[in-house]
Design a protein. Structure first.
Length: 333
């Protein structure tokens, strides 16, 4: 995190929460909560441990009122107001730690939540290409590889001088490179899926639904939407949501963008919200900004261990006020 952000979060912690609360809906999101090392995520982003996450929940419950995804859908589709100073916590990617660490704490505290899932990854049928990237970096940093093996990696990646940065640049559209590099390093992603089970099973998701938690689509296999055609965007969205609604017989249709919604056109939103089988609510990651429809809501990252929950919440609330003063609180599509 930059020095400027560190200074901002340090300063904002001095402000009383009541001075910043605006009565609106707070939308924090996470991916993972764990006390263990997680190799397939280690080189992608930091995450909080179980104790820190429990402290987060206690803080949110002290200052805000929890609501369900269904409450939010009712509010955005009918105009029925939510309780003042409410929050909905959400989790992306459908990781195994949801059933092991996250859901038990949510149930203990009485906090509803929504989980956004990639249909291709459920039951550990496929490994997210960025998880492969993290595993490759871990293997390079911890293994003893010959000069010939590393030279082969360089050839696969286009003879780039900096190996790790080149691996990090593997994208959705050339994700087969991760398979080739993994094979060169004798990494079996198939074995990793079987042994480590990074994702939840369909049965585990079904149990979450039975426990009262909500679920929604998160695309089929987690691409950057700005790199897709409009038709690909629509297919990724509809297929992931349709799979969940049909398999689990849920009466609502919710979707959260993988990565970011930046660069997605107005046409996409108009089609997906008003076209055949419309989505009830869409979640982006633009830090609570307002969008072209009240059915598009924007969340903020709340999982950085270096930022306390108080600083993260106060920071997003102050940021929103500053954006409003600058007339930059509305997204232009």
């Amino acid at each position: 995190m930059s020095l400027a952000k560190n200074a901002f979060y340090s300063a904002v912690q001095l402000l009383p929460i009541k001075m910043l609360q605006n009565g609106g809906l707070l939308l924090p999101y996470h991916h993972l909560v764990s006390n263990k090392d997680v190799p397939h995520i280690k080189h992608l982003y930091p995450f909080k441990n179980i104790r820190a996450f429990e402290q987060d929940l206690d803080y949110l419950l002290k200052h805000f009122t929890p609501v369900t995804l269904q409450d939010v859908i009712t509010a955005v589709t009918s105009g029925q107001p939510l309780p003042a100073r409410s929050f909905l916590i959400t989790f992306d990617d459908g990781l195994r730690e949801i059933t092991e660490n996250i859901a038990p704490l949510l149930l203990k505290k009485g906090v509803p939540a929504a989980f956004f899932l990639n249909s291709a990854f459920l039951d550990n049928k496929e490994l997210f290409y960025k998880f492969k990237v993290s595993l490759i970096i871990e293997a390079i940093q911890t293994g003893n590889h010959s000069a010939a093996a590393l030279a082969k990696l360089s050839t696969i990646l286009g003879n780039q001088e900096e190996l790790i940065p080149a691996i990090k640049r593997i994208s959705y559209h050339n994700r087969q490179l991760a398979e080739e590099v993994g094979a060169a390093l004798e990494i079996s992603f198939t074995d990793y899926l079987k042994q480590q089970r990074p994702f939840m099973t369909l049965d585990e998701v079904g149990k979450l639904v039975q426990q009262g938690f909500a679920i929604g689509g998160h695309s089929v296999d987690h691409p950057y939407y700005s790199q897709l055609t409009l038709e690909e965007q629509l297919t990724q969205t509809r297929d992931s949501v349709n799979f969940l609604t049909e398999h689990f017989h849920i009466p609502y249709r919710a979707f959260a963008f993988p990565h970011t919604d930046a660069g997605v056109s107005r046409t996409f939103f108009e089609t997906i919200l008003e076209g055949p089988d419309p989505i009830d609510v869409i979640f982006g990651t633009a830090n609570h900004k307002r969008d072209i429809s009240p059915r598009i809501l924007h969340r903020f990252n709340c999982e950085r261990p270096a930022v306390s929950i108080g600083a993260a919440v106060k920071g997003i609330l102050l940021y929103n006020r500053l954006q409003e003063l600058r007339n930059k609180q509305v997204i232009v599509r």
